[in-house]
Design a protein around this ligand. Structure first.
Ligand SMILES: Nc1ncnc2c1ncn2[C@@H]1O[C@H](COP(=O)(O)OP(=O)(O)OP(=O)(O)O)[C@@H](O)[C@H]1O
Length: 340
């Protein structure tokens, strides 16, 4: 599949009073045409800095691209002038954020925020752009788009604002949409609708999406491939199936282990292991995976001192019971008595 973006050995740092913060340390991945690539990893691992660097939104100073290339359409985005970036931002690469109010202009009607982009980037006439704005609002499921187009963002509900932001982002048919936690601030039911909408629009418009999220359920639902980041680095890249069912890196195992459990009650029944550090918790009484679970604990303690706590390791085992889990055995090293 054709690559639309290549990030190569990207290093981004911030100068702070306490010294240099190396937020992104040698990140490489590519994005293929029409795919959804999820970037996952714990808070502070560098997901947002990576995406903002692609858009060249990192405040400089204190931020700096120290090394690396971001190849898009035959150009290295790290080398472009601000003027050249302005032509790409919004038109060819668009971004949506967790809080629409950070990207919607509160002083402009939603319609005008769409028409401005269309007139600037696609050289549409005002009339054409107005028609397209109504069409875009209809496409993202905003009721009565003919009147809503003249309203300001504060007159929209949270879910509608998110839809409006998607409409603005997609109105110029960008090649790439970067979505940074686009649904985190929304109710669960609206979250699902928005993700479904993005997927539908992606199929219609053949946009490639970089999706930054903490929600592994969303990743499983909509992503094609996943980049797992830890402490500013990519630790593993693979298809959803590979990452969820056959993770290779111990950190990915830990992350998968953090998936919400089906049976939250079990969580409450977890007991401290006598003599263990306070954050270590035993598997619940009668857990059919207890033996394997102990082994998982041991492996994880050895390999993932940073992310280990028995509660989440227990979830590795319980995860195998999850409907999304593979109908295969876990890797040999995680099976009782298996190879280490
Ligand atoms: N403007 C800034 N000045 C100094 N440090 C920064 C700045 N922006 C980000 N950082 C640091 O860069 C690192 C990566 O931050 P980033 O926002 O990319 O994390 P993240 O993985 O997106 O986290 P989250 O999931 O919580 O949004 C963090 O250590 C953060 O404190």
């Amino acid at each position: 599949m054709e690559k639309v973006l290549e990030v190569r050995d990207l290093h981004v740092s911030f100068d702070t009073y306490n010294g240099e913060v190396k937020a992104v340390r040698g990140v490489s991945f590519d994005l293929k045409k029409g795919e959804t690539l999820a970037i996952v990893g714990e808070s502070g691992c560098g997901k947002s800095v990576t995406s903002q660097t692609i858009m060249r939104l990192i405040p400089n100073p204190p931020g700096r691209i120290k090394q690396g290339e971001i190849l898009f359409d035959g150009k290295d985005l790290t080398k472009l002038s601000e003027r050249e970036m302005e032509k790409i931002r919004g038109a060819e690469i668009a971004m949506i954020f967790q809080d629409p109010m950070t990207s919607l202009n509160p002083t402009m009607t939603v319609g005008r925020q769409i028409t401005e982009g269309l007139m600037k980037h696609q050289k549409m006439s005002k009339e054409e752009a107005k028609k397209k704005a109504v069409e875009m609002l209809r496409l993202v499921g905003i009721p009565s788009p003919e009147s809503r187009v003249n309203q300001y963002p504060h007159q929209f509900s949270g879910g509608m604002r998110q839809r409006a932001m998607i409409a603005i982002a997609l109105s110029c048919a960008p090649k790439i949409l970067i979505a940074d936690e686009p649904t985190t601030a929304l109710d669960v039911t609206i979250q699902a609708q928005i993700m479904e909408l993005m997927k539908e629009l992606q199929e219609k418009l053949n946009t490639s999406i970089i999706l930054i999220t903490h929600d592994l359920g969303v990743v499983a639902d909509v992503a094609d491939r996943v980049v797992v980041m830890y402490a500013g680095k990519v630790v593993e890249t693979g298809t959803v199936e590979e990452i969820f069912y056959r993770p290779r890196h111990p950190y990915t195992w830990g992350l998968m282990a953090s998936m919400p459990r089906l049976d939250q009650k079990k969580e409450q029944e977890l007991l401290p292991i006598p003599g263990s550090p306070p954050n270590l918790i035993a598997p619940p009484k009668g857990c059919p995976f207890a033996a394997r679970c102990k082994h998982v604990m041991k492996i994880c303690q050895e390999r993932m001192p940073d992310v280990t706590n028995i509660s989440s390791n227990h979830q590795v085992s319980c995860w195998l019971e999850h409907p999304m889990a593979p109908k295969v055995e876990p890797p040999a090293q995680l099976v009782e008595g298996g190879a280490k």
